[in-house]
Design a protein around this ligand. Structure first.
Ligand code: SF4
Ligand code: FES
Length: 248
């Protein structure tokens, strides 16, 4: 396939940035999207030009590092996959592909296609954990019964990889699907109940301080989420928040 790529280039956080055109030929439909960018970068390096900066790590849909906005969709046109799992067979010969970073005030661009998602880390630090007594009297987690329904829902919430596609897809740049998943994965388990009140209040407070918008029930986040995290998690977080506010 021969393709035209319109790629966002931005030298640093202060640079205005712009779309730059690149031609790439003989792209195999079996290549992953990131492999196609690797080939382009090799060509740029061979010409003495600055390669395109983009985030990636595991390249198997687990780490949540890859974060491209492709043809107006977070993680591109396929469903239930991250950018690293997207293949060039989703495009056709002669296509023009727009490649941009995830855009949100709370995700400032660092360079080209790389954004700073440390706002997610700070939300996690605010409450995305449980404290365990390690004095020697710790109860083995497997010894605490959890009903199957709650265990399954907690597991599904825990599959959120923190990629940020929900934020990038939302017209309000809301992080509520991410935070809802992180709150839910603990709220549903007995181990998470001890700190439940502080957790939801602190995580939502941090989310607001980071500059994420509110949820207006559009549902774009659920559609674009590579892990199929359900809007149910936002509803659960809202219930947890209301109950914690009343207790507080
Ligand atoms: S909820 Fe989905 S889209 Fe949002 S960070 Fe988690 S995995 Fe990514
Ligand atoms: S590089 Fe790890 S999820 Fe894409």
């Amino acid at each position: 396939m021969n393709l035209t790529l319109k790629i966002w280039r931005q030298k640093n956080a202060n640079d205005k940035g712009k779309l730059v055109d690149y031609k790439i030929n003989d792209v195999s439909p079996d290549m992953s999207f990131l492999e196609m960018l690797d080939v382009l970068n090799e060509q740029l390096i061979n010409k003495g030009e600055d390669p395109i900066a983009f985030d990636h790590d595991c390249r198997e849909g687990i780490c949540g590092m890859c974060s491209l906005y492709i043809n107006g969709e977070a993680h591109g046109p396929d469903r239930g996959v991250t950018t690293c799992q997207l293949h060039m067979r989703m495009f056709k010969d002669g296509d023009t592909i727009f490649i941009e970073p995830f855009r949100a005030t709370a995700f400032p661009v660092i360079k080209d296609l790389i954004v700073d998602r440390s706002s997610f880390d700070r939300i996690q630090h605010a409450g995305g954990f449980i404290s365990v007594n390690t004095s020697g009297n710790t109860i083995d987690a497997n010894a605490i019964p959890v009903n199957k329904h709650d265990a399954d829902n907690a597991f599904e919430a825990a599959t959120c990889i923190g990629c940020g596609a929900c934020v990038a897809s939302c017209k309000n740049s809301s992080a509520m699907l991410f935070v809802g998943a992180k709150v839910s994965q603990f709220a549903l388990l007995p181990q998470g109940k001890v700190e439940a009140t502080d957790r939801v209040l602190n995580m939502v407070k941090q989310m607001d301080e980071e500059g994420f918008g509110n949820c207006t029930n559009t549902g774009a986040c659920e559609v674009e989420c590579p892990k199929g995290i359900s809007l149910e998690n936002i509803a659960r977080m809202n219930r947890e928040y209301l109950s914690a506010s009343l207790k507080g």
